[in-house]
Design a protein around this ligand. Structure first.
Ligand code: PLP
Length: 433
């Protein structure tokens, strides 16, 4: 299957090029030229398929014509090395726990897949990965690529704007992982990455790969867990139809993957997109106007985004038609006080401790689910990953069993880089593989 750029749809490239370039030379985002359909029969016995089986079918449907099924099998079993349980949280409400991977967040899925696919496409040539992160991306990508031979990773992140724990996930690895602290915010980091990739000579010479949620190899595998969640619903919920996903949204990669899953045939009726106080997207859904804004910091800081990088893809999926998009995606936004309330209430009422991102998505179900609908919210991060934020919301200390305890105490390797593209290029050229 070919991929086109959202800026100029007539330019089509093969998967390998879309993956290795990440951004089209015209600045557009790559989209599959055709969204493949799954056969109806697939849904008849889907509840008997394991996560790995479902992952294989979806990946084969998306990428089978470019990479052989043996490679797909290997990549998928390496990628989906952890569970994603669906838990009932109330009448017609379920949470999909996407946080049992190596960095305790859903970004592990896309990052692990992407790491293996790009190293497959590099075929022995060295490659250099460049990624900007405001939260969980850095850790997921760094861990996905950690120690993969022939790969160097540069993680750009806003200095002093992440939790100690988030920072520890990519600054303590060393080896092929370079952590670059930028004096600025996430949008500055993202912009620097964009500028480096616009230098196509440099990008080609260094075999530069970008692994933000803009890369199709990160985005498309995220469709897998929408199918998996649907498969794990009790049969009566599946039969009733009217399944709604509530998606805590920042750069909108997760939401775009959900919409693509629906276009592939997943019987979902609609989506709830949840923002925190950085409600650029939900404002767009409400008003039809897309107004970028400076970021404000919130408890759900992986959703602190002022100009969501996948917005162009959503526009593309709905042909720029605001009405069409707003008819299928309902937007709702919560501030820190509201998110904190949901964390407290959920712990009190059902003993379930949520992280701020998952909590916002559950609140989306509470407020937007109509009767007769079944809601699934994406629990995108483990509460232990946001211990400080959770304790702030609860107003007290709480013991959370952290599967990764220990990393916060390890020594860190951080390089401070001035927020300009030349300083960044110089560092990358010096340290490239
Ligand atoms: C990245 C992230 C989000 C937002 O996902 P997008 O695909 O950028 O919209 C939500 N929750 C957590 C925990 C994240 O790390």
């Amino acid at each position: 299957m070919e991929y086109y750029s959202t800026v100029d749809k007539s330019r089509r490239v093969p998967l390998a090029e879309a993956v290795m370039r990440s951004i089209a030379p015209d600045g557009g985002l790559y989209m599959p030229a055709m969204i493949p359909q799954l056969p109806k029969a697939f849904f008849n016995n889907i509840s008997e398929l394991s996560l790995g089986d479902i992952g294989y079918v979806i990946t084969n449907t998306l990428f089978g014509s470019e990479i052989g099924s043996e490679t797909i099998k290997k990549i998928i079993s390496d990628t989906l090395s952890f569970e994603m349980p669906l838990k009932r949280v109330g009448e017609g409400k379920y949470g999909l726990e996407l946080f049992h991977g190596p960095t305790l967040a859903f970004k592990d899925v896309g990052a692990r897949f992407m790491a293996r696919l790009s190293s497959h496409f590099s075929k022995g040539k060295g490659c250099n990965v460049l990624v900007a992160t405001s939260g969980d991306t850095g850790g997921a990508v760094a861990n996905g690529f950690y120690n993969l031979p022939g790969v160097n990773v540069f993680v750009l992140y806003p200095m002093r704007k992440m939790s100690r724990f988030q920072e520890a996930q990519f600054t303590t690895l060393g080896g092929n992982i370079h952590a670059l602290a930028i004096n600025g915010d996430f949008d500055d980091c993202h912009d620097l990455v964009r500028q480096v990739f616009m230098d196509s000579d440099l990008a080609t010479r260094l075999n530069l790969v970008s692994v933000n949620s803009i890369n199709v190899a990160r985005l498309l595998p995220q469709t897998i867990y929408y199918f998996h969640a649907w498969a794990r619903l009790p049969e009566h919920e599946r039969r009733r139809g009217n399944v709604v996903f509530s998606v805590p949204s920042g750069n909108l990669g997760n939401l775009v993957a959900g919409v693509i899953a629906k276009r592939m045939g997943l019987p979902v009726s609609r989506f709830i997109a949840v923002n925190n106080s950085n409600d650029i997207f939900t404002e767009y859904l409400r008003t039809g106007r897309y107004l970028t804004r400076p970021i404000v910091r919130t408890l759900a800081n992986a959703m602190d985004v002022g100009d969501p990088s996948n917005f162009g893809r959503l526009l593309d999926l709905y042909d720029g038609d605001h009405k069409l998009m707003a008819g299928e995606i309902q937007g709702v936004a919560y501030n820190d006080v509201e998110i904190g309330c949901t964390i407290r209430d959920t712990l009190d009422s059902c003993g379930l401790l949520l992280d701020p991102h998952g909590a916002s998505a559950l609140q989306g179900l509470h407020d937007c689910l109509a009767s007769g609908e079944t809601g699934i919210f994406l629990a995108t991060a483990h509460p232990a990953k946001y211990q400080e934020e959770v304790e702030h919301a609860l107003g007290r200390k709480i013991a959370i069993d952290n599967p990764l305890k220990g990393i916060a105490g390890r020594s860190r390797n951080i390089e401070r880089i001035a927020p300009n593209v030349d300083a960044l290029k110089k560092y990358i050229i010096t340290h490239a593989k």
